[in-house]
Design a protein around this ligand. Structure first.
Ligand code: MSP
Length: 535
């Protein structure tokens, strides 16, 4: 029997370990993790991979500068990257390093196959090369500055190089790739980037890509001609397949998550490397008769108030600072809620603190202590049952809650996690307003028990569902929430599982889920912990 579960293979770029990861790397990785967790929650079989791009001139130069052996430096950096992802609760399934033997062997075979298929030929290469971008630029993409030197669009100094080189015959596929990019509205998100790509790279004429170097030796050698080292981008792009075991003895995962038409194959990155992922990568896959990714999501840059982050300006934001100070949930939340896929977004400390205080300390945290406090006073920690007699205010909240449950999956399916988060966050405003209007303290004083019980039941269940819906983002806080209220999952009909917890699709069943549940604390350690203390 075939496994009918929907599948998702999601990847981040493999990062250059030439420096410590910064907030931009953290953004892509958190976004991929949150998508992976939401998709798992709605029943997808997910494989999520990240890793490091460890070859090329940039890496060799970094080790030289640090006076370290390359492999020693790489091993140290792998620890740094993995450590950061652990601290950020990144739930990757596989971490690839391009110096892994299995990867290197597969790349060497792939290169040979491309030579055999006449997709790669030997020629001579002369160009301005940017070591920092690991990319060569055409005359129209570079600028001569006052010092007489050439610079790329990012301000890195270029070197002029002339050497024998292998070339990938991409020019032959100009029409084919244009068709791939423009035919499907779903292939690239956001669609606005398709025009940028076709105008800048394809319409100008796609020239064959130089795919080997003789001037460097830190990389995978061309078997047929070992003076040549395979271009780092060819080596890197195929990580998406080698990590699944492509061309190795065990290629089960490759068959399951790549050569299988029932899989969403999604690459995530920011815009500057779209050209590689949307032009050269599909062309190479096509040359080898392999499946293409089904979606490339390219988000905007994280910038600062002074513009792009750069070492020389000293404005590079270190995610560790925020993690150590505010914790991983707060950083994850901020990145998803405030940064944007469609545009560049400013990371500002002031906005971080504002969002932390407003959304997490006030809305999220206060709701927990507020509900706990009311139920402590009015029901001795018992969740009362819902009666049939509901007033208009109750009905309005129930409708809002129902609407959220009916729609959250659509947001997840369309990768619109930020929009979902905004909707979840506004639920706290709805709940707070409801409490202000219903005034449970007055109902208690006036002994209007039925109305009070309805209100407490509704708030409690809505708050539980908000925690379930937030659990892919607030990984630690949500676990803590379920512990605080002594909640265990109960399987019922018409339920949607989120980890061990359930959202009831059906409104009546939803409000019965925890009726009569008692979370009376035994000792002080059972009291709610303040996870997001105000700053
Ligand atoms: N090694 C290549 C990728 C090869 S993938 C087959 C590379 N590495 S990188 O270290 O430069 O990482 C680039 C990626 O890091 C971006 O595509 C993006 O995912 C993330 N970011 C790095 N700086 C960024 C910002 N300032 N803002 C947002 N994300 C950015 O390119």
């Amino acid at each position: 029997m075939t496994n009918k579960k929907k599948k998702l293979y999601i990847t981040t770029p493999i990062y250059y370990p030439s420096g410590k990861p910064h907030i931009g790397h953290a953004y892509t990785t958190v976004l991929a993790d949150v998508i992976a967790r939401y998709k798992r929650a709605i029943g997808y079989d997910v494989f999520f991979q990240t890793g490091l791009d460890e070859h090329g001139e940039k890496i060799a130069n970094t080790a030289l500068k640090q006076k370290k052996e390359i492999k020693v430096m790489l091993d140290e950096m792998a620890v740094v990257f993995k450590g950061l992802w652990k601290q950020l609760d990144i739930s990757y399934d596989y971490f690839i390093r391009t110096t892994d033997k299995q990867h290197e062997q597969a790349i060497s075979k792939i290169f040979s196959t491309l030579i055999e298929k006449d997709c790669i030929y030997l020629g001579e290469w002369a160009s301005y090369y940017c070591v920092s971008c690991e990319e060569n630029y055409t005359k129209s993409q570079i600028e001569k500055k006052g010092d007489g030197k050439m610079y790329c669009q990012f301000g890195h100094e270029l070197t002029y190089k002339k050497e024998p080189s292998y070339f990938l015959k991409v020019s032959k596929y100009q029409k084919w790739i244009k068709n791939v990019l423009t035919k499907s509205k779903n292939f690239i998100y956001p669609q606005s980037r398709v025009k940028e790509l076709t105008n800048s790279f394809i319409n100008e004429g796609l020239t064959d890509l130089s795919v080997s170097r003789t001037s460097i030796n830190w990389g995978i050698k061309v078997k047929e001609n070992p003076k040549h080292v395979i271009y780092v981008w060819i080596d890197a792009l195929f990580n998406y397949l080698t990590s699944l075991g492509y061309l190795s003895k065990d290629d089960k995962l490759f068959k399951k998550y790549w050569q299988n038409n029932d899989v969403q194959r999604v690459h995530l990155m920011s815009k500057e490397i779209m050209r590689f992922h949307c032009i050269y990568w599909p062309i190479m896959l096509h040359m080898l008769n392999l499946n293409l990714p089904t979606k490339v999501i390219s988000h905007g840059w994280v910038i600062t108030n002074q513009g792009k982050m750069s070492k020389s300006l000293g404005n590079v934001i270190d995610p560790k600072m925020y993690l150590d100070d505010f914790g991983s949930d707060a950083l994850r939340y901020f990145l998803i809620k405030e940064l944007s896929i469609e545009q560049d977004s400013v990371f500002s400390h002031d906005i971080f603190v504002k969002v932390y205080n407003g959304d997490l300390a006030n809305n999220y945290g206060n709701m927990i202590t507020r509900v706990w406090g009311m139920m402590q006073r009015y029901t001795d920690y018992k969740v009362p049952a819902l009666s049939k007699k509901l007033n208009n205010l109750d009905k309005q909240v129930i409708k809002y809650h129902q609407d959220l449950i009916d729609n959250y999956k659509k947001y997840v399916d369309e990768f619109k996690i930020k929009d979902l988060l905004i909707k979840i966050q506004s639920s706290y405003d709805v709940l707070n307003k409801y409490i202000e209007n219903v005034k449970p303290w007055q109902l208690f004083k006036n002994k209007q028990t039925e109305t009070l019980n309805n209100c407490l039941n509704i708030i409690f269940h809505f708050m539980v569902d908000l925690n379930i819906l937030l659990s892919p983002i607030l990984v630690k806080a949500s676990v803590n929430f379920f512990k605080t209220f002594k909640l265990k999952s109960k399987d019922g009909k018409k339920t949607i599982a989120f980890g061990p917890y359930y959202l009831n699709k059906d409104s009546k069943a939803r409000y019965e889920m925890y009726a009569d549940h008692n979370f009376k604390p035994k000792n002080e350690s059972d009291y709610p912990k303040i996870i997001f203390a105000r700053r």
